[in-house]
Design a protein around this ligand. Structure first.
Ligand code: GLA
Ligand code: CA
Length: 833
């Protein structure tokens, strides 16, 4: 009996490792796995967003949801951090991730880009491509294509041996990513296809994913076409066009969005569990394959979080995504509801939910007693130089310090940074003047009168590079010019500052440690004069001791803005504006005993962070006084008169000051939903509301009900900077209206760029039950929308500022993607002024 058990156990262990060479092909209305019909139930997970020691746990979690496949991107900039230097080790060992998938009986879909989007820095493209100023990204630019080929070859060295034809788990490989929302360029897509075809072989199933509204733009005849859409979408509608074009093709939703990503300074995003489960159930009941994006989002550690555009909306560090498996690998309500439904579509009982690999711990407050000024992180310097971007200085991530000598300006002037990428703090000598924040579309601030020879110092911190749309060519630092303008005696005077001393301050562990070590060694001397210059900004180091390790959430609420390193691991960015206030620290990166933490805070911690230390200082002052009061008692001249205390050695102010350090603590649960912004996110300032009473609309009428794009042509063209859409009635009885996307067309009927769009006014925006502000109509995402607040009465008004005057001949309107398109507008008026 024992022997049989042993044999069985060995077989069970070994069997998944010996998957036979097989094939995965396209049959009649279905995929075929080794000739048998197969529904792909894929879980999207990203290996760099999970610490390697937890990979297997997360894979097993996906499996316990009833998934049979993992879907992964391959992140070019992770694997080629410097041109020609490749890394496929440690947390970047993508082949090992695939082998672990296979070991656990899962297939793999690989999406090797070169572009991946994914709310990942520059959509996965390496920053160093930008050193070639005229590079055309994601096009047939010779240099771009050469680097793509080299990268794809390196990836294929890792992964081609793992295709199903070679006995590995990889069943499908994706060509590019959602190219339809970037442009129309079949020649480029064909070149990427040929490259992958060559590397993965003639039998490999290659596919391309896009939206139902735009997949025809770049669809190649010999590739499988899959659709991406989110929770709640009208599924039949999403596949309608594909079915017309290819009635015999298998259907697959290659990204079914379980939730959504969060951006700094905007509401936390969630999507209802029911909609997600219902959508997947509908697909399964119709034999439609799917990949649930994300099934487990994880964390964009270090500087890997990207940013959305138009505008600049950097993503937070957590990539929880409101996914069924949460950021730290735990179960959620969505998880259990999904698992229950998935069980119905599985012949076998679903595998047990694996035990979490770590327990949750919290760490009581501890002080970070070492500090180094941020200037100690400077790594290179050019003098008397024209303005240079961070890329021109050869730096990928971090901050830049720009210093120029000022001319004499006897009155206030306006300082304009053209453009500031991304968060600038402006100083005149040591005086802090203010910030210019790209997230808020800020470009300038007022400078007081200055004397000739004073220094203008601009500290610019870069956040993640834009990962979506044409704006991915996102240079950092100050990209073009710095000007000062003022008025004197009715004349406008202006200066274009051209001679700069420029420091680079890289965002990496070695720099932070070097700065702190330098400051420790040399606490008294030359660098101290700097300490007052940049407010409280700088590197802070502390240590905490653990008896047992576990997953934990570092509370950063009292700190400003920056980056955290623990035991050498880059944990991620924090920013007090939220909504994310805690950083996930995986227990596998902690150790028993002493742990090191370094915080780079470019703004500086708030007073609140000093509270424990102030309490200690107060104790210190009082304990010092007590013995001096008691002392006389033991002497014969005993006296407890208050005057005795004044003669006691008291603590000096500088002693107290030096004893003050900011502190940190961690908790056993995350805080992802606490916004702390200075300005309301609503666009309902009455002063911005146009008076449309006597205005004549360029067009009025009725939108048709239902899903899909509609174009409304004007009677001729009209010039103007603002477009106002007035919703007079809705297609249902409800007063709420919603718009997913809008475009306007020029006189020739071409869609105008929306790069410079902002919301001028919206009478009503729902922000209490989700994130439905006006800017969602031009965020390039068809699954997100503007919606008027619940029960707020009709009519509703949304005004877009196009950024400059334009000639407009038509408007494209997309209602919500769910069936019956909730919130659809019926009667409308459109104004241009
Ligand atoms: C698209 C992209 C993904 C991701 C999602 C949004 O579908 O293909 O990489 O950016 O949007 O999370
Ligand atoms: Ca949208």
């Amino acid at each position: 009996m024992k022997k049989v058990r042993l044999l069985l156990a060995t077989l069970l262990l070994v069997f998944p490792l010996m998957m036979q060479a097989g094939d995965f092909t396209v049959g009649h209305k279905t995929f075929l796995l080794n000739g048998e019909p197969f529904v792909v139930k894929a879980a999207e997970v990203h290996y760099p967003r999970i610490p390697r020691p937890y990979w297997e746990h997360r894979i097993q979690m996906c499996k316990s949801l009833g998934m049979n496949t993992l879907c992964i991107y391959v992140f070019w900039n992770l694997h080629e951090p410097r041109e020609g230097q490749f890394d496929f080790t440690g947390n970047s060992d993508v082949a090992e991730f695939c082998r672990l998938a296979q070991k656990n009986g899962m297939y793999v879909i690989v999406r090797p880009g070169p572009y991946v989007c994914a709310e990942w820095e520059m959509g996965g493209l390496p920053w160093w491509l930008l050193k070639k100023k005229d590079i055309r990204l994601r096009e047939q630019d010779p240099y771009f294509m050469e680097r793509v080929r080299i990268f794809e070859e390196k990836v294929a060295e890792q992964l081609a041996p793992l295709t199903i034809q070679n006995g590995g788990p990889i069943i499908m490989v994706q060509v590019e990513n959602e190219y339809g929302s970037y442009g129309e360029d079949k020649a480029y897509i064909a070149e990427i296809r040929d490259c992958l075809r060559h590397l993965y072989g003639a039998k490999q199933t290659l596919f391309q994913c896009d939206w139902s509204s735009n997949f025809e733009l770049n669809g190649l005849d010999d590739l499988v076409w899959t659709m991406n859409f989110g929770t709640g979408a009208n599924i039949d509608e999403q596949f309608k066009r594909l079915k017309q074009l290819r009635p015999d093709a298998p259907l697959m939703c290659s990204e079914f969005w379980s939730g959504w990503f969060d951006k700094w300074g905007a509401n936390h995003e969630t999507r209802p569990a029911k909609d997600m489960v219902d959508g997947i159930e509908e697909m399964l009941s119709k034999n439609i394959s799917f990949s649930l994006y994300m099934t487990h989002g994880g964390t964009s550690f270090g500087h890997w979080a990207g940013a959305n555009s138009p505008g600049f909306a950097p993503d937070v560090t957590s990539y929880d995504y409101d996914a069924p498996i949460n950021e730290y690998g735990g179960t959620t309500e969505k998880f259990f509801r999904l698992r229950k439904m998935m069980q119905k579509y599985s012949k076998e009982p679903l595998p047990a939910i694996p035990a979490p690999p770590a327990m949750m711990i919290s760490i009581p407050p501890f002080e970070l007693t070492e500090r180094a000024d941020i200037i100690l992180g400077a790594d290179s310097l050019v003098m008397n130089s024209p303005l240079l971007t961070m890329e021109e200085m050869g730096q990928g991530w971090g901050s830049m310090l720009y210093i120029a000598t000022l001319p004499e300006i006897t009155s206030e002037s306006v300082l304009t940074l053209n453009e500031c990428h991304d968060y600038a703090q402006v100083f005149v000598d040591t005086a802090y003047i203010g910030k210019i924040d790209r997230v808020r579309n800020e470009k300038s601030l007022r400078l007081p009168a200055v004397k000739k020879g004073q220094e203008l110092r601009i500290l610019v911190e870069a956040m993640g590079r834009i990962n979506f749309g044409r704006a991915i060519k996102d240079y950092k630092g100050i990209t073009e010019s710095v000007t000062l303008t003022t008025e004197q005696d009715g004349h406008e005077l202006s200066w274009n500052l051209k001679r700069w001393n420029i420091f680079t301050i890289p965002d990496n562990l070695a720099t932070a440690r070097r700065a702190l070590d330098l400051a420790q060694r040399d606490s008294s001397s030359m660098f101290n004069f700097q300490s007052s210059i940049f407010k409280g900004s700088g590197y802070y180091r502390g240590y905490f001791t653990l008896k047992k390790t576990g997953d934990t959430f570092l509370n950063m609420e009292a700190w400003g803005k920056g980056q955290v390193y623990i035991n050498g691991h880059a944990i991620g960015r924090f920013w007090s504006i939220g909504p994310q206030q805690t950083l996930y620290v995986p227990g596998c990166w902690l150790k028993k005993g002493k742990n090191e933490i370094i915080v780079l805070d470019v703004v500086g911690p708030s007073l609140q962070a000093y509270a424990p230390s102030i309490t200690n200082a107060l104790k210190l002052t009082s304990t010092r006084k007590i013995p001096s009061q008691r002392a006389p008692r033991s002497s014969s001249a005993a006296s407890s008169a208050p005057s005795a205390a004044s003669s006691a050695p008291s603590v000096t102010l500088s002693e107290v000051e030096r004893s003050l350090s900011p502190s940190l603590f961690s908790q056993n649960h995350p805080e992802l939903d606490k916004l702390n912004t200075e300005k309301s996110r609503l666009h309902n300032n009455p002063a911005d509301c146009p008076d449309l009473n006597s205005a004549t609309p360029v067009v009025e009428g009725q939108f048709a009900p239902g899903n899909g794009w509609q174009t409304i042509r004007f009677n001729g063209s009209k010039r103007g900077r603002f477009v106002a859409i007035q919703a007079l009635s809705s297609q249902s009885e409800k007063p709420e209206v919603a718009i997913a996307e809008l475009y306007v067309r020029d006189a020739d009927g071409n869609r105008l760029s929306r790069e410079s769009w902002t919301v001028e006014y919206a009478d009503s925006e729902e922000i209490n039950r989700g994130n439905f502000t006006g800017d969602k109509v031009f965020d390039l995402q068809e699954s997100t929308y503007w919606q008027s607040a619940r029960k707020s009465p009709l009519p509703h008004l949304l005004v877009i500022d196009l950024g400059s005057e334009q000639t407009i001949s038509a408007l494209d309107y997309l209602p919500r993607a769910e069936s019956s398109a909730p919130g659809s507008i019926k009667n409308f008026k459109i104004f241009v002024y």
